[in-house]
Design a protein around this ligand. Structure first.
Ligand SMILES: Nc1nc2c(ncn2[C@@H]2O[C@H](COP(=O)(O)OP(=O)(O)OP(=O)(O)O)[C@@H](O)[C@H]2O)c(=O)[nH]1
Ligand SMILES: [Mg+2]
Length: 304
């Protein structure tokens, strides 16, 4: 197993432990299970933050499969569950706009979810792939934000548009878009300050940033929500609020190397109807990976 997949698997251990009881019963008894078993499995999946509707539907389909005797052994049961979860996570028309050129990506989320780190990792990956990248630092709130981005920009060898602390983030974003246009930049990444989804003023500020960027950018503008996988259900509430304030096009799910409740991935994809494009499995430059529904589902249920 590769090092990063190992970290993902470890990070999801809490989810697996929770599911473990039910899965062990399943593995021990095979498909001959009773009503209580199915409702316990339902509870376990809901407990893993997958969301009630998604779980109800998935378990219903599993029960059908069991009835049709399509689950001959324990591994088949696990594979079936993983396939159901992967199916929930896969959106057929999910385009990876981060890979498109030109593309402008606005990176948003609550405090400390990993926005700046994700911008740095994305910049590095795109620059390594030979694309021209520009970083706009629209976090004019936190003193260390620009220095933090500088470290990443240096690592990636990409330029950065910044401004004084306390200035209007929309004006930095404006400058960054202008510069990206002038230089024919492939990928403009705009980092923003973390903010609570409950703060009206800060959400209004963010929607102003987005308006300005959309007005100025020739490249398609997409908004990437960076979500900390360890926050569980609260992450879902945040995601909804960000979506209604600025519109979310995709999600980067970070800190999956910690003890994450991985089921939140299922809930958020279903709830927002947007794809997860990247997952964060560590703090290093190479610790951001494209999201693979099958791989993720397998790690979640502990299928090797
Ligand atoms: N373990 C782990 N840590 C991560 C990951 N992504 C980010 N971090 C860490 O999380 C912390 C916060 O990351 P930042 O990138 O500063 O988060 P931010 O969203 O920009 O924070 P604010 O700008 O203050 O809102 C840092 O210590 C990062 O190294 C990840 O995938 N795994
Ligand atoms: Mg930041």
């Amino acid at each position: 197993m590769s090092a990063w997949l190992d970290r993902l698997t470890q990070g999801l251990s809490r989810t697996r432990e929770q599911l473990g009881g039910q899965l062990n019963v399943l593995l021990g008894r095979g498909p001959d299970v009773d009503e209580a078993f199915w409702s316990d499995l339902e509870d376990a999946l809901i407990g893993a933050d997958m969301g009630v509707t998604a779980v109800t539907e998935m378990v219903e389909r599993l029960r059908d499969a069991a009835k049709r005797q399509a689950l001959p052994d324990a591994r088949a049961v696990l594979r079936h569950l993983a396939a159901e979860i992967a199916g929930e996570l896969r959106l057929p028309d999910a385009a990876d706009f981060i890979e498109a050129s030109p593309s402008t990506v606005l990176v948003v989320g609550i405090n400390g979810t990993g926005k700046t780190t994700t911008v740095g990792k994305l910049a590095k990956a795109a620059a390594d792939a030979g694309r021209s990248v520009l970083i706009g630092s629209a976090d004019t709130f936190r003193a260390a934000a620009v220095e933090q981005l500088h470290i990443w920009a240096d690592r990636a060898g990409v330029p950065i548009v910044e401004s004084e602390r306390g200035t209007d983030p929309a004006s930095v974003a404006f400058d960054a878009v202008r510069q990206a246009k002038a230089n024919g930049t492939d990928l403009l990444l705009v980092d923003t300050a973390g903010r609570l989804h409950t703060s009206k003023d800060l959400m209004a500020e963010l929607s102003k940033v987005k308006r300005i960027v959309e007005r100025e950018s020739d490249a398609p503008v997409r908004t990437l929500l960076v979500m900390d996988a360890t926050t569980g259900q609260n992450g879902l509430t945040q995601a909804r609020e960000f979506d209604s304030a600025v519109g979310i096009d995709a999600i980067a799910l970070t800190k999956l190397d910690g003890t994450a409740k991985g089921g939140i991935a299922v809930a958020v994809v279903r709830d927002l109807g947007v794809p997860i494009l990247r997952i964060g499995v560590g703090e290093g430059a190479d610790d951001l990976k494209p999201f693979d529904p099958e791989e993720f589902a397998a790690a979640l249920v502990g299928l090797e």
